[in-house]
Design a protein. Structure first.
Length: 361
């Protein structure tokens, strides 16, 4: 979704990915000209390195909610853009609401996916989700999906138990954007660099997820240089079967300790017992952003995410901290006895900024 300045840029990134040992490419019709550029790059790769091309697993996605015939045409057009007769993996793109899940399991989506598999147009079906944990769990236990793409990050571990459960069932798990949505870790603030030293935050984030057993990481490369960490990590495993060395585990412990020290008694433990909020405030999600901003200096990232609240539809939160009415309903439920209304007000003061647009709407 990022190597879109020209077909040549996409081809260069794909070539670098193959050289780095990457064997999975994921895209979507929603990513502008990505499929067209990628299709041309795949054809060039096949002419030069047929073995390398055949080793690649291809995933693309379709948005939920579309009528069957229209969705069939979208899938045929997707295959044409990629210049392939069959897609290895087809994902429901953004299974974020109960209506999306209903469409997939019992509505037109059910017919579409069964048709696509029956016609041999796709190898297996999965989903990506930015939705609530309970919704993702319902999707995983439905038995319909063979893989999922979730927000799994060093700095957001809420869905890791779901990922582990999926992996034990043989369901592939991909971490969405560990570098960018995981904290803009390609451009870390000084505090974060110091907390992770002598290791780079992005290396620790990648290794942490691999150590958790996550089967695929997305790297979001816009240029060949963005794949340097993939090459380095693959070339230097910590030990046979292990992704974190003892020194790297100590660095993660120091990172957590530094955050606790800066936050002091205002650290939100992310237990979620404060929910539900009568005003619909997603308290844990907002206080997680505050944890990162205050605890690790990640203000550019958290401010960017905060500015998207209410502006990204079902892809992100709809209510920001200013909606807190100080009713006190959450206070007796917090095991840490945090002054939640005051912390929400502080979050809004710290992170509210002029709105930004998402990379893809």
């Amino acid at each position: 979704m990022r190597a879109l300045d020209s077909p040549a840029q996409m081809a260069a990134v794909l070539d670098a990915a193959v050289c780095a040992g990457i064997n999975h490419v994921e895209t979507a019709p929603a990513y502008g000209p990505a499929e067209v550029f990628l299709g041309a790059a795949l054809q060039r790769l096949a002419q030069r390195d047929l073995i390398g091309r055949r080793a690649l697993v291809l995933t693309s996605k379709l948005l939920p909610g579309t009528a069957v015939e229209s969705a069939r045409e979208q899938l045929r057009a997707l295959l044409a853009r990629l210049a392939i007769p069959r897609l290895d993996n087809l994902a429901v793109h953004g299974l974020n609401t109960p209506e999306h899940l209903e469409w997939t399991l019992r509505g037109d989506g059910r017919e579409l996916l069964a048709w696509a598999e029956g016609e041999g147009l796709v190898g297996q079906v999965g989903f990506s989700s930015h939705g609530a944990t309970a919704l993702i769990e319902e999707a995983l236990v439905s038995g319909r999906f063979r893989f999922c793409s979730l927000h799994l990050h060093l700095f957001d571990q809420e869905r890791l138990p779901l990922a582990r459960a999926a992996l034990t069932q043989g369901i592939g798990v991909m971490a969405i954007s560990p570098a960018d949505k995981g904290g803009r870790l390609y451009d870390p603030p000084a505090e974060l660099l110091a907390d992770c030293a002598p290791f780079h935050p992005l290396e620790l984030a990648y290794r942490f997820l691999l150590d958790q057993g996550i089967s695929t990481l997305t790297l979001g490369a816009a240029q060949p240089a963005d794949l340097a960490w993939a090459r380095a990590i693959t070339a230097t495993p910590a030990a046979p079967g292990a992704w974190l060395s003892p020194e790297q585990r100590l660095a993660l412990e120091r990172l957590a300790a530094a955050g606790r020290e800066r936050l002091g008694e205002s650290l939100c433990g992310q237990c979620r017992r404060c929910l539900p909020c009568p005003n619909g405030v997603p308290i844990p999600s907002l206080l997680r952003l505050r944890n990162l901003a205050v605890g690790h200096g990640m203000v550019p990232f958290t401010s960017e995410r905060y500015s998207l609240i209410g502006r990204a539809g079902h892809w992100w939160e709809q209510v920001d901290a200013s909606a807190c009415q100080r009713c006190g309903d959450c206070l007796p439920r917090c095991p840490l006895q945090l002054p939640i209304p005051e912390l929400l007000a502080d979050t809004h003061r710290l992170l509210a900024a002029p709105p930004r647009r998402r990379l893809w709407g």
